[in-house]
Design a protein around this ligand. Structure first.
Ligand code: MG
Length: 397
């Protein structure tokens, strides 16, 4: 457990990711159902509990960032993001300045690429230890291939000695004042395009120690890397399960119903111990069913005063958190509402968006349908609403 003054981590997430292609910067592309950046932030929060984690983002990306932060497992230590500058170097400097303006400056700062989502606890701890000893330290791995320097005509000018070469990664680790001063000096001298923070420290005359990096600590740069990273994330999630849920609530007096966490005006309400959100209850049971972990009544017993009138989004969010706590992902949710009225077609997309937000999965993984029962049975007589749901989850084997 770190304390905030002891360790801060600046996450460089302001890049445009032009080598991946498409409109969305790579750090916000979906990987296994969540934005790449959410995976990276989760890995950092897990590896460095108690540390301040400061994302530096592009000013155009605030909505994308908030979506990513909302799909993180936790928000422990996650600071409000700051906006970056025109180069990576400028963005990191602005992150460091934000930390410098805090009441307590960190002793050690790690600077990490948003696109390295597989950063391990071991690597973080090694980086912190190396920075304490050396002042400036970076992870590097041996090269598999021989590196040639070429001349302007494309001919070999030199064969570089491979044992002395390292491919360097992040997190790069520094004593905070050392790297802050180096960044300030470089900016003041008009040096603005250095591509990593070690280069800033080197430029300022500091010795930078290289410790062993990890081959698994890949940087997602191309669309092929995205596919490799996603396969790695999903590779051990081979225990695919489908759960189903069913719920009914009766109409009673009222002026609205709650469906999927959304308030919908109606000439009746639904009767229940909580807010009687029949759709959220069915999906909650589908998720619990997929986990083989009881049902909504066993986790949130009716009659328990804390759930009287409760917003059912709490139950749905808790069931979805249980999947993530098992190391799993929710692949898909599909539900049907059965009633004559209210007419749900106009609300369908808003209900989908509400559920996607509560369950923390992308909108295209949530399906909601509405049907009547042709006047037959209790739904046909408009005595209540029924809901049926299935959820597909993937758990580690
Ligand atoms: Mg219910």
């Amino acid at each position: 457990m770190y304390t905030a003054p002891e360790l801060a981590i600046v996450v460089a997430a302001a890049g445009r990711g032009s080598r991946v292609g498409g409109e969305t910067p790579k750090q916000y592309k979906n990987l296994a159902g969540r934005p790449l950046l959410a995976h990276t932030l989760d890995a950092l929060m897990r590896a460095a509990p108690g540390a301040t984690i400061l994302p530096v983002i592009h000013s155009d990306d605030l909505d994308l960032y908030q979506n990513s932060a909302a799909s993180c497992e936790a928000s422990t230590g996650l600071a409000r993001p700051v906006f970056g500058g025109t180069t990576r170097q400028a963005s990191v400097r602005l992150g460091l300045e934000a930390l410098a303006g805090q009441k307590f400056r960190p002793n050690i700062v790690l600077i990490h690429d948003a696109a390295r989502l597989f950063v391990s606890d071991t690597l973080i701890n090694q980086a912190v230890a190396a920075a304490k000893t050396s002042g400036a330290a970076i992870p590097g791995v041996m090269l598999a291939e021989t590196i040639k320097e070429i001349d302007a005509e494309g001919n070999v000018a030199a064969t570089l000695p491979r044992p002395r070469l390292r491919s360097v990664q992040t997190p790069q680790a520094f004593r905070f004042d050392l790297i802050l001063d180096a960044h300030r000096s470089a900016a003041a001298k008009g040096i603005l395009e250095l591509t990593d923070d070690a280069a800033v420290a080197e430029w300022a005359g500091h010795r930078v120690h290289v410790f062993a990096g990890e081959d698994s600590n890949m940087k997602v740069t191309t669309s092929k890397d995205l596919a490799i990273a996603e396969a790695r994330l999903l590779g051990n999630l081979a225990d695919v399960r489908i759960g189903q849920g069913y719920d009914v609530h009766a109409f009673g007096p009222g002026a609205h119903v709650w469906l999927g966490g959304l308030k919908i005006e109606h000439d009746h309400g639904l009767v229940g111990y909580s807010d009687a959100d029949v759709l959220s209850h069915a999906i909650t049971d589908a998720l619990l069913g997929a986990l083989a972990d009881g049902d909504i009544g066993s986790h949130f017993p009716p009659g328990d005063p804390q759930w009287r009138g409760a917003a059912s989004r709490i139950f749905l969010a808790a069931a979805s958190a249980k999947v993530r706590a098992r190391g799993g992902v929710i692949a898909h949710v599909d539900a049907t509402l059965v009633c004559e009225r209210p007419k749900l077609g106009p609300h369908r997309d808003a209900i989908r968006a509400s559920i996607a937000g509560i369950v923390k999965i992308p909108l295209d993984r949530v399906a909601i349908k509405a049907t009547t029962s042709e006047g037959l049975g209790f739904t046909g007589r408009e005595e209540g609403i029924a809901s049926i749901a299935v959820a597909t989850i993937r758990l580690p084997l």
